[in-house]
Design a protein around this ligand. Structure first.
Ligand code: GDP
Length: 656
């Protein structure tokens, strides 16, 4: 004999799986995880699972054995069909002259011109004539830009400049470094052309080019990631040599690690008399950034952003990492990329800084940016000069959009305005349908299903009242291994949950644990809006227990009280068989039989239990609403008095 929950644990299945199996086997008496399974039940369940497992194996085997219906599998052998496609569009997709397609249609007995629509079946026949399969494109595919962000062929990829973001504690010299690099590496004649600083710029250094993104802070960096935009190839953590590692330095490291990009370190202000680069190196290595000179894999450069010292070495190191990582893109296609910054200018309308990540953006291109549409009316480079086109990793400023997009929005340029508009329409519909919610967030409830879908780790962000607890929780959580799945703590620090934590958790799909700290209401609200789960605890083993349970799909549901109504006892009826019936009047809401209740007498709690039965006239009823009288009996309690108040409530399961 054992409980469902114990059996589930034993055979490594979820409670839900067991309950479903019990239902299939018509074991009506098994209702929840605490129901008891006897020896026969367990034998039946064993057979049940054995059969279903072998079925699954057979299906898998059959799938493996099944011959592909055709050997057409390469992307180039697939042609896209969409509803109402015209002969010309389909011919374009087939990469055939429209006349040829018209001839083929003629041989099928169909008289058509280039503007006629093709139905699916006919398109399928035509495609097969050219040895191709057709793929129906749904509105959703195009709304996701999927069709336009296809993988490029290896042979089409060309090297592109690395995209670098500099992050660090305030006053450690980020702005000075960006200014110094910019001034030192833009040709003399071009410097005069700089009239306004834009949020991204490119420098030429020796043989290479480097793009710097100047995001206003870590939050912006993470917000972009939370919108699914990964714009940075390399993160430089800047630390002042006279100050060392500070809270925002740690934050910056967390953000960079969560983004999973190479990290470099620039130790700044080495010109200062109290500069101590060695100390910074020691501190940072304790934080997981082991310097290459000490046998680690992080490149450190000592610099003085103010005096321009060490800048060449820093740029050389960036190019070295770029060379090692071989950043490439296909310049010969329609452009796509990400919005770095956007604003609404009173006189010229929406202005957006875009980072081209693939393809070449040309003046006049129709473009869809987030849910905005436009034609590139004005294309400028980072020095405010008008240009005709821009290539991968290049930041540009564009005008011509009908609305202002948001930093982190993706964009795609199109060959025809018609196509762009179609995608724009589809995106607007999709956005309306799902409010453009990025799907990165994960709640504790979803951990198990994410694991089943193939997630290989569970990410957690820990905030605690003291450093000791933060570290202890991190250590305990990182010891958890359940079926090869581990917990990754992406941040463990002291202090209440902040908006920044929520953004990082959201961008990384992490759960926040707030230990021994209250979470303020605004943060709860923010977390709810961002779909981030915050779990509050004050006992370490409970944190571990809860996470383990979530990873095994065995979370016990949480309940909260939902008030149903209030009842006033007005008269008592005593019966030898049923005991005392409280003749009552429902003053608020509703009273339900079997609901939870509390009996109050002069503000004192006298009884807590359940409503056993309710009677109206002579009949037993399930519920009685406000304004009606009824007779109530309580479960195992007879000592009711006139004027007692009964508070009625039920327990509802809450989504974590
Ligand atoms: P940010 O907040 O990280 O952008 O820091 P800033 O670039 O605004 O620099 C903060 C202060 O440090 C300014 O007064 C800079 O002049 C100064 N600073 C920046 N880099 C250096 C440096 O290499 N040496 C010295 N001595 N001061 C620097």
């Amino acid at each position: 004999m054992m409980k469902v929950v114990e059996y589930a644990k034993e055979i490594n299945k979820s409670v839900d799986d067991i309950l479903k199996a019990c239902a299939d086997l018509e074991m009506d008496y098994i209702t929840d995880q605490n129901s008891i399974l006897n020896g026969d039940d367990i034998a039946d369940l064993e057979n049940y699972f054995m059969e279903s497992d072998s079925k699954k194996k057979n299906i898998k085997k059959k799938k493996k054995e099944a011959k592909p219906t055709s050997d057409i599998s390469l992307d180039e052998d697939i042609v896209v069909y969409r509803d109402n496609i015209t002969v010309r569009e389909f011919a374009d997709n087939l990469k055939q002259p429209p006349n040829e397609v018209i001839k083929k249609l003629f041989t099928l007995g169909i008289m058509a011109n280039v503007n006629n629509n093709l139905d699916y079946e006919t398109a399928e026949v035509i495609a097969s004539e050219y040895g191709k399969e057709i793929k129906k494109e749904s509105a959703l595919d195009i709304a996701n830009f999927e069709e336009y962000e296809v993988r490029d062929d290896e042979k089409d990829l060309k090297p592109r400049p690395p995209v670098v973001t500099i992050m660090g504690h305030v006053d450690h010299g980020k702005t000075t470094l960006l200014d110094t690099i910019r001034k030192a590496n833009i040709a003399e004649q071009e410097v005069g052309g700089i009239t306004q600083a834009i949020s991204a710029y490119q420098v030429n250094y020796k043989k290479g080019q480097i793009t710097f993104i100047d995001t206003p802070g870590h939050a912006a960096f993470t917000q972009m990631r939370s919108r699914g935009a990964q714009v940075t190839d390399i993160v430089i953590i800047i630390v002042a040599a006279d100050d060392g590692i500070m809270p925002q330095t740690k934050e910056a490291i967390d953000h960079a690690k969560a983004a999973d990009v190479p990290i470099m370190v620039a130790i700044n202000k080495i010109d200062k008399p109290d500069a101590n680069p060695e100390r910074v190196m020691t501190e940072l290595s304790e934080y997981g950034l082991m310097p290459d000179v000490w046998g680690g894999d992080v490149l450190y450069t000592n610099i003085s952003a103010l005096k321009g010292e060490g800048i060449d070495e820093l740029l050389e190191n960036i190019l070295l990492i770029a060379e090692m990582n071989n950043y490439r893109a296909n310049p010969n296609r329609q452009a796509s990329g990400t919005v770095i910054e956007a604003s609404l200018d009173k006189s010229v309308g929406p202005v957006a800084t875009l980072l081209i990540q693939s393809g070449t953006l040309k003046l006049g291109d129709p473009i869809v940016v987030g849910t905005c549409f436009g034609r590139i009316r004005n294309l400028k480079n980072d020095q405010n000069q008008a240009i005709e086109e821009a290539t991968p990793s290049q930041p540009v400023v564009i005008m011509g959009l009908n609305e202002t997009p948001v930093a982190g929005d993706r964009f795609v340029a199109f060959a025809s305005e018609k196509e762009a508009k179609k995608v724009w329409e589809a995106r607007k519909i999709k956005c309306r349908d799902d409010a453009c919610q990025p799907t990165t967030s994960v709640s504790l409830d979803e951990v198990f299903s994410k694991i089943k879908e193939g997630a290989t780790e569970v990410k957690v962000l820990v905030k605690a009242d003291v450093q000791g607890s933060a570290e202890a929780i991190k250590a305990c959580l990182e010891k958890i291994v359940i079926e090869n799945i581990k917990v990754k703590v992406i941040r463990s620090s002291v202090g209440a949950v902040s908006e920044n934590d929520i953004m990082l958790a959201k961008a990384s799909g992490a759960i926040i644990i707030s230990f021994n700290l209250p979470v303020n209401n605004d943060m709860y609200k923010c977390a709810k809006e961002q779909n981030v789960d915050i779990r509050v605890h004050n006992i370490i083993y409970k944190v571990v227990e809860e996470l383990e349970a979530a990873m095994k799909g065995m979370l016990t549901p949480e309940y909260e009280e939902k008030k149903l109504g209030m009842v006033e006892v007005r008269q008592l009826f005593k019966f030898s068989k049923v005991g005392v019936i409280a003749g009552s009047y429902v003053t608020e809401g509703v009273v339900k039989s079997n609901a939870h209740c509390r009996l109050w007498r002069n503000d004192e709690l006298v009884y807590e239990g359940k409503i056993k039965s309710i009677q109206r006239e002579k009949d037993s009823v399930k519920e009685v609403k406000k304004g009606f009288e009824c007779g109530i009996t309580l479960d195992n309690f007879d000592d009711v008095k006139e004027q007692d108040i009964i508070e009625v409530y039920e327990m509802v399961e809450i989504k974590r």
